[in-house]
Design a binder for this molecule. Structure first.
Ligand SMILES: [Zn+2]
Length: 95
């Protein structure tokens, strides 16, 4: 028992209640309805994801964007025509 208490001090779920839980991503205390269900505990209690729906969605969008970028890199880039004289002049002015 004592060990569990020590664990709980650092554990992000220490403030969890039956109706509310702390999101592991944004750290906000939110009602369990704001979390996706993640199966059940052996004692029959419903498990919820550690990150709230908002963070989960944001993460999914982020992953989709990252995947898009990866796919872009795989595609052959169209060759850029560099006007050497002009580029040299303008870059010197910019920097
Ligand atoms: Zn969150």
């Amino acid at each position: 028992m004592g060990l569990e208490q020590i664990f709980d001090m650092d554990y992000v779920g220490a403030r969890d209640t039956d109706t509310h839980r702390v999101c592991g991503s944004c750290g906000e205390l939110k009602p369990v309805e704001a979390f996706y269900k993640d199966g059940k505990y052996s004692n029959g209690k419903t498990r919820y994801r550690r990150d709230c729906r908002e963070c989960y969605k944001r993460q999914r969008i982020l992953e989709a964007k990252m995947k898009e970028k990866r796919d872009e890199r795989i595609k052959p880039m169209p060759k850029m025509q560099v006007a050497t004289g002009k580029a040299r002049g303008s870059s010197r002015g910019k920097w």
